[in-house]
Design a protein around this ligand. Structure first.
Ligand code: GZL
Length: 307
């Protein structure tokens, strides 16, 4: 890097190093843990000074964290918005302070897209479509109704809204697919188990569980086994993420199919942040590369999974 010079706003020590303020959703799932590790490791590797906060899945904590990063005059702010709405005010404050903002993982529904430089993360509608497509394939020869229960992610979050929409679009092609119950499990195992217990009590003949993440699916497996049913056999289970514990359950035949959602956003985030701080143009949308796994593919992939 060149001589000291002005390394951007007050956040950097003038040595070209940048300071990033990162507001993380929380620590609600295996995915989130892997995502946090990816961001922290990538910051270290990129020589980015990282100020990191965990919002315990509360929007007001994220807003507080972003305000404190503005006060500290960091060079760049990155965050994963726990829900889609309610960000315009604080994002306008960051814009007025001339601090670039990068959305990672989840999106916001702000109409004013000048409030952030880019959104780096998965296409959650496509993830829902992939889950639905597998189901229509799996049950293509079935004539009877296919009763589906759905464990939604955090209410109001982009992944919950979009995974629900994508799945509904894919199964909407055939009226035999019936979503007989759909409720949030807040992306956690505990809540997933609790809600699945209620689903099982109210619905004797569930054929399929569609869970918006592995963790809720793993909690639901405990409920299914507690009810004396066999997960993967009596009730087919489709989840999204492909974290290690989910992949193990897939390899063990308890989960039937997993749509991957990669949490490894750290390196791309640091590249985008460095460019944003320098005022270089960056794409408004960077979509994560990710795939899907059957039970056989999980057995092959497990040994080399990073998370
Ligand atoms: C998706 C991410 C979701 C994961 C969940 O990108 O926001 O939040 O699917 C996590 O496991 O809790």
């Amino acid at each position: 890097a060149g001589c000291g010079g002005d390394g951007g706003s007050g956040g950097s020590a003038g040595d070209g190093k940048i300071t990033m303020g990162f507001s993380q959703v929380g620590a609600e799932s295996g995915w989130r843990t892997a995502n946090t590790k990816s961001v922290q490791t990538a910051a270290e590797a990129a020589g980015v000074t990282l100020k990191f906060s965990d919002a315990q899945q509360k929007q007001e904590n994220q807003i507080k964290a972003i305000r404190s990063y503005i006060q500290q005059k960091v060079d760049v702010i990155a965050f994963s918005p726990v829900v889609e709405s309610g960000w315009d005010t604080v994002l306008k404050e960051a814009k007025n302070a001339a601090i670039p903002v990068i959305l990672t993982d989840r999106a916001v529904d702000s109409k004013d897209t000048s409030l952030y430089k880019t959104f780096l993360g998965s296409d959650f509608v496509e993830e829902g479509r992939k889950a639905g497509k597998w189901l229509t394939e799996e049950f293509k020869d079935t004539k009877d109704p296919v009763n589906i229960v759905e464990l939604q992610g955090t209410t109001g979050s982009a992944p919950a809204n979009d995974r629900k929409a994508g799945f509904a679009e894919a199964i909407g092609t055939d009226p035999k697919f019936k979503v007989i119950a759909s409720q949030t499990g807040d992306f956690t195992r505990a809540k997933g188990k609790e809600v699945m217990e209620a689903f099982l009590k109210a619905n004797p003949d569930i054929d399929v569980l569609y869970a918006h993440n592995d963790d809720m699916g793993l909690g639901a497996i405990e409920a299914i086994e507690g009810a004396g049913k066999v997960p993967g056999k009596d009730i087919k289970i489709i989840t999204i993420d492909a974290v290690k514990d989910g992949m193990q359950a897939l390899a063990d035949g308890k989960i039937s199919y997993i749509v991957e959602c990669s949490p490894l956003l750290g390196p791309q985030l640091m590249d985008l942040a460095a460019k944003a701080v320098k005022g270089e143009s960056i794409p408004a949308r960077v979509v994560t590369e990710e795939t899907t796994f059957t039970q056989e593919q999980a057995k092959e992939a497990l040994p080399s999974r990073q998370y």
